[in-house]
Write a protein that binds this ligand. Sequence first.
Ligand SMILES: Cc1ncc(COP(=O)(O)O)c(C=O)c1O
Length: 475
Amino acid sequence: MKYIPEPFKIKTVEPIKMTTREYRQKAIKEAGYNTFLLRSEDVYIDLLTDSGTSAMSDAQWAALQMGDEAYAGSRNFYDLERTVQEVFGFKYFVPTHQGRAAEHIMSKLLIKTGDYVPGNMYFTTTRLHQELAGGTFIDVIVDEAHDPYSRHPFKGNVDLKKMQKLVDEVGAERIPYISYETCVNMAGGQPVSIQNARELKEFCDKYGIKVMLDNTRTIENAYFIQQREPGYKNKSIREIVYELCSYTDGCTCSAKKDGLVNIGGFLAMNDEEFFVQARAQVVIYEGLHTYGGMAGRDMAALAQGIRESVATDDYIRYRVEQTNYLGDVLESYGIPHVVPHGGHAIFLNARAFLPHVPQEEFPAQSLAAEIYVETGVRAMERGNVSAGRDPVTGKNRCPKLELVRLTIPRRVYTQSHLDYAAEGIAKLYKHRDKIGGLKFVFEPQMLRFFQARFEPLPARPMKAEEMVEEEHLRR
Ligand SMILES: Cc1ncc(COP(=O)(O)O)c(C=O)c1O
C-alpha cells in the first residue's frame, strides 16, 4: 500500500466535530436513515460526494477577488470560455450553474418524444432529464461494468455491438446522441479508453448520431488512460484530455468535480446551430449567456481550477492514487468492494457485505446509515434506492450493482482520515450480521434518494447459503 504524498501544503484548516455513537444513532434516526438528510456539522469525515467539496487553491481564492460582477459581458466569462476551448477543444461554450442544468438544456434541445438515448450506464440526473424530454435511456456499457469483480481495465467502455443492436431495432433517426460518460460514476468510477472513444465516434458518424460527452470526470479518466492504455504512457494529462474530447461532438459538465470548484457547470459543442439554441435556452432557465447562473467570481475560480487540473500531472496522480490507497486498505481488511478502484471513490459491494438483506430492503442504504453510526463517516447509497422505479412498470429497478460510495473530496482529507474510515468499516464488517434492512416511510417520485425517509427492519440471521453466495460474489 502506497500513499502518494500531497503536491500541496495546508494553509487554512476547518475544524470538524467528533461525536459519540449515541449522538450519531439519534442523528441518523432524525435523518430518516438517509445520509443526505444529516446535518454536515454532525459528520466527522464527509465522503458523501466529491461534488462541490474540493478545497480550492490559493490562486483560486485570489481569483475570487477578481470577479467581474457585471450583468453582461463579464471578463471572467471570456477567460473561462477561452480556457474551456483550449483545454477541451470545443468551439462553443455555454455556462450553467451546475451539471444538471446543462443536461436539462441538452435533453430539451436534442431529444424528441419517442427517441432513444444510449449511454454507458445511467447517471441519475442525466437519465431523468432524458425521460422528462420524452426519451428512453438504453444502457450500452460493456457487460463487465455490471460485475463488481471483473478486472477489465476500461469497464466504462461502450459495447459497440449493443449500439449496433439498438440502431437495427429502432433506427438511427430515433437516436439523437449517445451520452458518453468518463470515469462512469454508477459503475464505480470506471474509465473509458481512447480506443473505445475513437471507435464509437467512427460508428456514430456513420449513422449521424452525436457523441455527447459527460465531461464531469475526464481529467481522472485521462490518468487511467495514461497508466493503462498502450501508447499513452508518455503523453501528458492535458494531451490525453484534448484527444479524448476530439472524438466527441460536445459535452455537458458538472464542474463541481474535476473543475475543482464548489459550484459551476457548462455545455460545450462544435455545432453552431446547437450552440445558438443552447444560448437561447440558458437565458430562460439559468441567466444571461455570459454567466449562466454563476457569479463572475465563480467563473474566475473555475477557469483557474481547470487550468490547475491539467497544469502538471502531479495533482491528478495524487488524487487518483489517494482513492486507490483507500481501496487497498479496505482490501487488506477483506471488505468487499468494486475493482479495479475508481478515480473518485471506492464503492463497497453491499450485496456481499450484507448478503442476508434482500435488495428490496435496500442493503446499500442501510449499510451507509450503519457506517455513519459506527464511524461518523458519511457515505452515499448507489443501488436500488438511487436507481428508482421503472416509469412503465412502477417496480424498483433492482440494479445488479448494490453499492455504497465512499467518495473522496479533492485535496481535503489526509491519509489518517482514510485509515480511520477504513478501520471503522472493518470493525462494522465483523458484526454485519446484526444489520437489518430498511423500508420506505416517505418516497419522493423523482430522484428519490435525495429526500427519501426510512425505518429500520429487524435483522434476520445470516444463513449458511448466503455465506456461500457471498463467497461466490467475492470470488
Ligand atoms: C457523471 C455526472 N454527471 C452529471 C452530474 C450532475 O451534476 P450536478 O450535480 O453538478 O448537477 C453528476 C453529479 O454528481 C455526475 O457525477
